[in-house]
Every structure is written in structure tokens, then in C-alpha cells.
Write a protein that binds this ligand. Structure first.
Ligand code: BGC
Length: 751
């Protein structure tokens, strides 16, 4: 065997195969030296490389890693709505992996932000699965285009940190298929991540690592996944059950490979299953081999910092801009208040914590650019009570400024992997300070730093401008300066609704669960799907974000391209004299449906950069899935025939134009039987004729007559036809028999 050729699983002994199914240490695969299989390094992600300095000993030290570019975490990047930019971030991360000889970077994480209090919302993408999938796919495709692997995580339903290692997320099949799976499904089908990491939690009682339905039936057999599945760190509680379910790799190792060997010998693991799991590991090593063979590679630190800078610019969402307070003139008399301006909060806590290659705060940037400002920290970055001296100094500093830039947000201790937040509010001392400053100076722009949504409504009246900057990564300072002083227009859009009050959130009644389980009682009505369907007030809707420019959308047209597909065209025009980007969003609103469906759902988006006065025509193709819901009756996707409204706009609540398309439907129907209700018979093309005959034969005296009035028709609607005797005794029996006979006759002639 040549040095560069890796063996097939057939060349390995049972012990060697077993050894491939667990790691070598916390951050390495287990190699098989005798057969030339190296034990490559795999490490975190997801918004940059976290290669622990203690990697060789296998220890977990969250804050001690080699320098790497810290890109904006998904909280920020998801607001960019720019898959190409996200792809560039992926490419840059891969180059850093190549330098550091890391074969797989552990990310992106595409779990749904079910509730804004979720501790990992900062590293997840959206409350909307279409957006999460179509953005995060850029990371996977970008990283893998350079020959480095990704690990799409955490499959599936890690939507909270409370009890995350044990909790059973009890979710309907429909909500799994429509909300919690599609981001994974889209990325698997379009970019084939080389690895997937399963979640810690249980789904409907079964730990993800041991869930054969999840890891094999759905992931591999339905979606065609070709890569390997690894456990989240410590999520494998039963080596044999997990391997049988479709888990290729236990991480970190529990040094129990002998369990696999014994189980393979005594038949608890079938030889083919072990071969399949081990071959996956050999294939993974093969895929990464060429990138891992590159020596002396050095990534371009400045170029990557520039990618992080651009990503940070596009991550910011301008929420409010009364009196055009932004952009600020550089020669204005500016007061900068808030410790975040000097000590930025630029990433989240936990396993994703990166040591940046550079770090430029907003204040550093202003100093470097020669912009003179007065600064006061105003508060400390902790959860301690207000410091009245700092507060008084800040009020004094802000008093006579033309503009006050107030940096507020969540300190590190308030949100992290490992725990959920308890409140949506920023610390009270910051709000008190804002109010005290506002009493002296009305020209306030609040710049927010937070990983997940915070409440804005309670204090918004004190600020003319609000710029949500999330966590911006290492180049946040220059990016903020570019946007605040108008070098570029903000272009971010909310990937998550900002509610008025956390108790408005549809998941609150089941958050974060109790006694080991959490019931996803809101079903598919997550985020805007709930707020918009039930017409609830929100502070800022999903998809919202202001610009320094203005735009118009017109010429919306929808043409049917197949029985259940359509093509959408629209024209977007920059109607201002500022160059800027707009994100056009397409939502599909079903007409009358057999099940409760959200009012509308995002099914397409396009970010368009337009010079002042410029227009562009944009197009979208809507596939069958864009119109479908997951039917538990058919255990499959289902498109009903009828009208669908295609909405084109700039947020879920700013729809510029709509067009209607009438679809044929997919024609799926279940055969009728005695348990089908009278209503179901009446709705079925064949059944409705038989129902008509029942009435006609009754009129003619050939069958007992069904009471025929509005009330009785309503009454019968939800009655299975085998209950007719309850209503009409022998007469009812005759009607049931007649219906079933007629149906059987028609079925016979159809055969
Ligand atoms: C996290 C993963 C991470 C892993 C390795 C786990 O606790 O849930 O996201 O990749 O640790 O650090």
C-alpha cells in the first residue's frame, strides 16, 4: 500500500474497525498506524477555528486556543442574508484549518431559535428553517471547497440549554419535518457535509445518538446523506446501540472499543453495520487527506480580518432611525457612552470561544481614524448593581454632545452555551443610565451588543436611533465606524422576531419544560409563523431592517411552471441617492388548507446591492416543497390543490406586492373506509358522488332517508360512517353498507 492510499474496511481487522468508531483523544480521530490511517484533528467552530492549545493532552480548556480570525457568530452573520459572503467566511475558516492541520471544523449549528432565551441562540441562525439552511449552507460549501470538513450540528432539536444532556424534546412529526429538520435537510441535500454531530438531547424519548430513525432512516435513507455522524461531546451513552443506530464516531472517546468488538463477535452488531460505520471513517480520512498533506501553509491574517470586517458590516440591523440621526457626521461633537465601546462583546461563551488574531474596539477605531470623541464607560460589564459615580460621569459627558452613541447590551455572564437566559431584558443599570442620559440629551443612538434578541420596547422611547449589532467578531470596531459614519449603509435584516414581551412568545407555555421533558406544544407556529398567523403585535418583525437608502418593489409576477411549481419575478429599485443593499423576501401564503398552516412562510430571498437610482430584476423559482406541508395522514409532504398567494416584500410584515397562483395539487388521497367521516366522504371525488346517491336514494325511497338540513349536515361531517347505526339504528346500518358497497364496486371497476 502506498503512503497515500487508504485501505478499504476489508483490509482491517475487527479490532481496527472498532477503533475507528471512537476518537484518539478529545480532539483527534483514532488512526490505525499499521494500515496508514492517520488520526487527524477535528475541533470547534463554528465562527472561526478554536484549536485548543491543550489539544495534545485532550483536555477541554475553553479559553486557551491558538489565534484565529473571529468572524461574527451566526447571530450576526445570519442577519446578513448573504449566502455568498457566508461562503467566503467558510473558505477563510478552511484556510485557517489547513494551516493548523485541522481536518474538520465543528460547525455550523443550525438548530432553530425556538425561544429567544435559548443559551445558544448566538451561534444558531434563525427562527426560520429556510433562512437557516440557505445561509449556513455557505459555511459548509465554503469550508469544504478547500478540502476541509464541516460538522453540521446538533442533529436534532437542541433548542435549549436547560437540561440539554437529558431532556426529551417531545415534538410532533409535522413540526420536526417543517421546522426542526429542513435546515439540516437542505444542507445535506445540497452540500453533503462530511460530518454531522448529533445532539445531546432526546427526541420523543430517544437519545439522538441512539436514534436509528433519525440517523439512518431519515438522514441516510431519505435524504441520501453520505458522510459520518459523530456524537456531541459525551452524547454517546451506549456504544453498541449508537453504532447500530448509525453513529460512526464517539467523541471524545470513552476508551471502550472492546464493547464494539464483543458485540460484533456475539452478533449484537451485524458485520455489515460495523463495516458501514468504519468505512465512513476511512472515507472521511480520505477526503481530508489532500488538505492535511499541505505543509507550511500560512493564511493571510489581514485578508481574513477584512472578510470578518465585511461580514460584521452586513451583520448589523438598523432598527430605528428617527430624524435620520444616523449616519453621524464625523465632525459632530460626539459622546460615546458604555463600556462595550471600549471592551467589545464580540462572541459568545462556551465551546465556540475563539482567541482572535486582532481585536479593534470601536474606540480604538475612532482613535486610529482621528475622530475625536468624549468617552465614559457608564457601567461595568457584569451583573453587579449600578456604579453611581460611573453613571454621573457618563451623564455629564453626554450633556453637551451633538450626538450620544450609547453602547448597551448583554455582558458575557448573561448568555452562553450551557444555560438559558432568564430574562429578555438588558441589565437594569444600563436602562437606568440610558434614561438619565436621555433626560439631558435627546440625540441618542443606542448600539446593542447581544447574542440573542433582547427587549427593546421598554426603553426605545429614549433613543432616536437603535442599531442592533449582535456580536460582530474581531472586526466589529471598524465595521461599526463604517456604518455609524455612513461609509456604508446598514443592510442587515432580522433573522429572529423581536417580541414586545417574552411572554408573547408561543413557546413560553412550554419553556424550558419540566421533569425531563419539554413539549413543543406550539407545533409549527414558531416565531413569525405564530405572530403573523394570530395577528399579534411584535416590536420588530422577522426580516426587518432599515437602510440609509429607500427602495421600491414592483412588477411582481408569478407564473406557474409545473403542476405545483412557480417562477416569481420582481423589480427592486433604489429610490434614493445612497448606494445600498436591499433584501427582497418571498413568502408563500396557502389558501384554504386541510390542516392549520402558518399564514405565510419564507420560501426565497435575495440580497441586491444597488447604486443610487439603480434597478434590478430578480427571479425566484418555487419548487413543490415551497407549497407543501408535512401531512401526518400521508406521512409525507402534501401539496393541496388550490390558490396560493405569493408575497414579495422586505419583512414578514412589509409586503410590497402579492400575486396568486393556482396549483393542481399532488393528488394524494387515502382510500375511504368505514372509519372515514361523512365529511371526508363528501370531500373525496368518488366519495362525494356516493354521498349524493345516499340522499337521492333516500328521496326515491330506496334507502332510509338521512335527515337533510344544515344542522344535520354539520353534525354528520365529523362522524365516521360506521357510527350511522348509533343515529338511525338499522336504517343507519343500511346506509353504511350501501356506501361501502358502492365504493367497493367503483374500486373494482377502476382496477
Ligand atoms: C458542544 C459542541 C462542541 C463540542 C466540542 C459540546 O459541548 O455542544 O457544540 O462542538 O462540545 O467542544
Amino acid at each position: 500500500m502506498s503512503e497515500n492510499t487508504y485501505p478499504s474496511v476489508n483490509d482491517l481487522t475487527l479490532e481496527e474497525k472498532a477503533s475507528l468508531t471512537s476518537g484518539g483523544d478529545a480532539w483527534h480521530l483514532q488512526g490505525v498506524e499499521a494500515k496508514g490511517i492517520p488520526g487527524y484533528m477535528i475541533t470547534d467552530g463554528p465562527h472561526g477555528l478554536r484549536k485548543s492549545n491543550s489539544a495534545t493532552t485532550g483536555e477541554v480548556d475553553l479559553n486557551n486556543s491558538v489565534p484565529a480570525t473571529c468572524f461574527p457568530p451566526a447571530a450576526g452573520l445570519s442577519s446578513s442574508w448573504n449566502p455568498e459572503l457566508i461562503h467566503q467566511v467558510g473558505e477563510a475558516m478552511a484556510e485557517e484549518c489547513i494551516q493548523e492541520k485541522v481536518a474538520v471544523i465543528l460547525g455550523p449549528g443550525v438548530n432553530i431559535k425556538r425561544n429567544p432565551l435559548g443559551g445558544r441562540c448566538f451561534e444558531y441562525w434563525s427562527e426560520d428553517p429556510y433562512l437557516a439552511g440557505h445561509e449556513a449552507v455557505g459555511i459548509v460549501a465554503g469550508v469544504q471547497s478547500k478540502g476541509v470538513g464541516t460538522s453540521l450540528k446538533h442533529f436534532a432539536a437542541n433548542n435549549q440549554e436547560t437540561d440539554r444532556l437529558r431532556v426529551s424534546a417531545n415534538i410532533s412529526q409535522r413540526a420536526l419535518r417543517e421546522i426542526y429538520f429542513p435546515a439540516f435537510e437542505h444542507i445535506v441535500k445540497t452540500a453533503q457535509p462530511w460530518t454531522i454531530m448529533c445532539s445531546y438531547n432526546r427526541i420523543n424519548g430517544v437519545h439522538s445518538a441512539q436514534n436509528r430513525w433519525l440517523l439512518t432512516d431519515v438522514l441516510r435513507d431519505e435524504w441520501g446523506y453520505e458522510g459520518i455522524v459523530m456524537s456531541d461531546w459525551g452524547a454517546d451513552h451506549d456504544r453498541v446501540a449508537s453504532l447500530n443506530a448509525g453513529l460512526n464516531l464517539e467523541m471524545p472517546p470513552s476508551y471502550t472499543d472492546d464493547q464494539i468488538v464483543y458485540a460484533a463477535r456475539d452478533g449484537r452488531i451485524q458485520p455489515e453495520q460495523l463495516d458501514r460505520m468504519a468505512q465512513g471513517m476511512v472515507d472521511l480520512v480520505n477526503k481530508t487527506r489532500s488538505a492535511m498533506s499541505i505543509d507550511d501553509y500560512h493564511f493571510d491574517v489581514d485578508a481574513h480580518d477584512e472578510v470578518a470586517h465585511q461580514a460584521a458590516i452586513e451583520s448589523m440591523v438598523l432598527l430605528k432611525n428617527d430624524d435620520d440621526i444616523l449616519p453621524v457626521a464625523a465632525n459632530a461633537k460626539i459622546a460615546v457612552i458604555g463600556e462595550f465601546a471600549r471592551t467589545p462583546r464580540y462572541q459568545g461563551g462556551g465551546s465556540s470561544h475563539i482567541t482572535p488574531t486582532k481585536m479593534t474596539s470601536f474606540l480604538d477605531t475612532l482613535a486610529a481614524r482621528g475622530v475625536d470623541v468624549a468617552f465614559a464607560p457608564g457601567f461595568t460589564l457584569d451583573l453587579e448593581p449600578a456604579d453611581r459615580t460611573l453613571e454621573a460621569e457618563a451623564v455629564e459627558t453626554a450633556k453637551n454632545a451633538d450626538v450620544v452613541l450609547m453602547f448597551l447590551g448583554l455582558p458575557e455572564a448573561a448568555e452562553s452555551e450551557g444555560f438559558d437566559r432568564e430574562t429578555l431584558d438588558i441589565p437594569a443599570k444600563q436602562v437606568e443610565l440610558l434614561k438619565a442620559v436621555a433626560a439631558e440629551n435627546k440625540n441618542i443612538v443606542v448600539v446593542l451588543s447581544n447574542g440573542s434578541v433582547v427587549s427593546v420596547a421598554p426603553w426605545a422611547g429614549n433613543a432616536k436611533g437603535i442599531l442592533e449589532s449582535w456580536l460582530l467578531g474581531q472586526a466589529g470596531g471598524p465595521a461599526l465606524a463604517d456604518v455609524i459614519f455612513g461609509k456604508v449603509s446598514p443592510s442587515g435584516k432580522l433573522a429572529q422576531t423581536i417580541p414586545m414581551n417574552i411572554n408573547d412568545d408561543p413557546s413560553m407555555i412550554n419553556w424550558p419544560g419540566e421533569e425531563g421533558h419539554v413539549d413543543y406544544g406550539e407545533g409549527v407556529f414558531v416565531g413569525y409563523r405564530y405572530y403573523d398567523t394570530y395577528d399579534k403585535a411584535v416590536d420588530y418583525p422577522f426580516g426587518f431592517g432599515l437602510s440609509y437608502a429607500t427602495f421600491a418593489i414592483d412588477g411582481v409576477n408569478v407564473a406557474k411552471t409545473g403542476a405545483n411549481t412557480a417562477h416569481v419575478t420582481a423589480t427592486v429599485t433604489n429610490t434614493s441617492d445612497v448606494d445600498a443593499a436591499e433584501t427582497v423576501q418571498v413568502y408563500v401564503a396557502p389558501g384554504k388548507a386541510a390542516v392549520a398552516r402558518p399564514k405565510h412562510e419564507l420560501k426565497g430571498f435575495r440580497k441586491v446591492f444597488l447604486k443610487a437610482g439603480e434597478s434590478a430584476e430578480i427571479t425566484f423559482d418555487l419548487d413543490e416543497r415551497a407549497f407543501a406541508y408535512w401531512s401526518e395522514k400521508f406521512n409525507d409532504w402534501h401539496v393541496e390543490a388550490g390558490e396560493y398567494t405569493v408575497e414579495v416584500g422586505t419583512s414578514s410584515r412589509d409586503i410590497a406586492a402579492v400575486a396568486v397562483v393556482t396549483l393542481d395539487g399532488d393528488g394524494k388521497a387515502l382510500p375511504l373506509d368505514e372509519w372515514s367521516t361523512f365529511g371526508e366522504w363528501a370531500d373525496d371525488p368518488v366519495g362525494s358522488k356516493i354521498v349524493a346517491s345516499v340522499y337521492a336514494e333516500g328521496e326515491a325511497g330506496n334507502l332510509p332517508q338521512l335527515p337533510d338540513n344544515d344542522m344535520m349536515r354539520m353534525f354528520l361531517k365529523s362522524m365516521p360512517i360506521n357510527s350511522m347505526p348509533m343515529l338511525m339504528s338499522d336504517g343507519g346500518k343500511a346506509i353504511t353498507a350501501f356506501m361501502l358497497d358502492e365504493y367497493a364496486k367503483i374500486a373494482e371497476t377502476a382496477e
